[in-house]
Design a protein around this ligand. Sequence first.
Ligand code: SF4
Ligand code: SF4
Ligand code: SF4
Length: 807
Amino acid sequence: MQKKAKENSVEFGLKLTNTLEVQNHKPIFPEYEKMMYMSGRSLHPISINVAAKLQNEFDGQLDISFSAGMDAFNVSDVLAANIKPITVCTDILKPGGYTRLAQYLHEINERFSEKGATTIDEFIFNGSGQTDVHRAGLEKLNLYAESVLDNPAYQKENKHFDSIKTTRTLTAYDCVSAPCIENCATDQEIPEYMHHVAQGDFNSAYETILNTNPMPGVTGSVCDHLCQQKCTRNNLDSTLLIREIKRFAQENSQGVQIEPKPFNGKTIAIVGAGPSGLSCAYFLAMDGFKVDIYEAKPFSGGMVSDAIPVFRLLDESINNDIDLVKSVGVDIHYNSDVDKNMFDTLQKDYDSIYLGAGAQNNKKLNIEGESLPNVMEPLAFLSKVRRGEINELGGRIAVIGGGNTAMDAARTSRRLGADVTIVYRRTMKEMPADIEEIVAALDEGITLEELTAPEKIYANDTENIFLTCSRMALGEADDSGRARPVKIEGSEIDLEFDTIIPSIGQDIAFDFLSWQDLRVNPETNETKIPNVFAGGDVVRGASSVINAVGDGRNAALNMIKAFGHSYSDANDRTLRLDKKEYQKKMAFREYGLTTPHLDPNKRINFDLVTRTLTQEEAMSEADRCLYCDEVCDVCVSVCPNLANLSYMASPKSYPVYSVSKTETGVNSKQDSIFKLSQEPQIINIGDFCNECGNCTTFCPTSGDPYKTKPQFYLSKQTYDLEEKGYWIDGKTLFSKNDGIQSSLKLTDGSYIYNSEAIDVKMDSSNYEILSAQFANGKSDLILSHLAEMISLFENLNQYPLLVSGES
Ligand code: SF4
Ligand code: SF4
Ligand code: SF4
């Protein structure tokens, strides 16, 4: 074909390839779709190797136009391989959008300067020793194609989280909110403490953390950091190490003074000195309550002190938090088991009670052989190891279960010398444990038997025991949203072990309160029993530390409210970046640190696996924060058609009137307010939007920006074609909303609002109604749409694109 092309004076070249048809294996699409398309990052190593194979056949003489997972970090290498033109697609459909191209130029310039190249050909020749540009390119292509296969940037493990979308509802206005905060059970003000750490102000960072979380030592080490899963940076490069930065701030603050309010005359009893009880106690004590904690054990911290292995959490970190809670005046009464009588006494002696006693009874497998001597309870095992009562454990160990306690039991057994197998009835993907803990267990040489469900334990005349299991397949999702394991008939196998540790969760240990008693209102953590609140594992079953802390805080805030007090943890602060600085930050991708774990080969003892960040690491990592609580604009940058527009509004409240017809005219009174609280607001330009849904994919809420945001049209012609939307000509704002047409005009200091239902004249300086007249059969109305239209008009009536239809 190359020859033919030459004979016909045309060019022959090849386009490689922005999509590759692959099996719908996940399945991302419905099952009936057998195929799907691979694109972006994962396609890059494949396509570049296809390019190398072809180019070798053509001795470097093939013209290849390339498009597969291109980004700022690989564009120079591909150019150096004499592949051009390069087309960029997936990368600029992600947050940052077209502005990402600035980094391409930046990186190309840097690489050219490094090599002293001023042209692409010079760059290709550089260091090759070849005299022919095609050969020079081919040499570099071969080297690059080989190196890319081992590059972690293209490997699946590099990304553990599929989407940063949260369950938050998207609203037409005021949608800016940091997804990391949204996903934190205790509303940590993450961007604020990131900012303080980036500035080197570690005391302010620590104070900010304490505003909503009195357990930074514990959560800085073992939080399951759901915030990181939703970090906007996941869609740019890599999540911020939020948990690690918290730990750094806690360990590097000095002399922070915490001042609780004076005693307010009210007393609270808390049952359990675990994370939930301690958290509740802290916030109550800070507000002036007298708090007594009753703890059954001779120490505080609950499961955290008793069962989390020291290779994950140091005593110092736990003690820091316990000392903090005691320092604000909380009294902890140890060895005080709360039974029915004691509970009755507490109800009489205190104004309120918080039950935060955890769930410390191991759940039973309910299979034959569970009480054989070689079957151990995980919590007792972990506790004994933490207290130095078990120092070795050889042989083959089965840990049954997929939660964090199961991972702790498995990793602890491994350190004690055992050959460990985790037996789990679903697959790794459905395991409830923190993904980091699962990966750590596998890295440490633990075997995972997926889709394997225990059915019986039995012993023979040797010292060993056998676990009879059935193999499972995944079926439909169950109530937990995870695929239900379905037994494969006839698939029974016997696995032989020395010890079995069933670890499938925990139940509550109270016997005087029923499950119904402990059902709480999730908004307030209040139980059905008057003045009794509850939270943490006692309500949720075995859950995360941060959920326990969050429940404790929520209950405390609601008790404070119930006693007529107010509690504010809001920080006064100014904007951290202006919008231009923010846009620049969003445009440049910058991979951060990976969690500084000990090499798996060195994890042979109980040394801490994750070290604290250095000051330099913490400050540079924190500086990657995009401050998503101030500006979002993700939908703006990801739109290929530039159809979402961000504008800066003046935050303001507008009265919403209720109007009704009377015999003499029309009565009006204020019904509510329409409030715009944030400066950055979004509208959608209907003329540009082709409803591709890319903004939905990346918007951190659960919503669809292009459907939810006010939709404007740039001309009367396009506006007239639609059922719903706005059009503005500089003096008048026109609207179609729920089939009702209306217009708003500013004239001589008055707003004139005309709709099919009512005509209103309003003073534009104070928004008082000057006159109103019902236009048809209606006799009462709430004028909320009028308030919304005034806000849109005032903020957008001079916006050049909208008024003239030109950008
Ligand atoms: S970039 Fe910062 S504010 Fe945004 S989600 Fe990540 S940590 Fe939170
Ligand atoms: S749906 Fe519309 S606004 Fe959203 S990305 Fe696609 S074109 Fe842009
Ligand atoms: S992506 Fe757009 S609509 Fe979604 S939260 Fe951000 S600014 Fe709002």
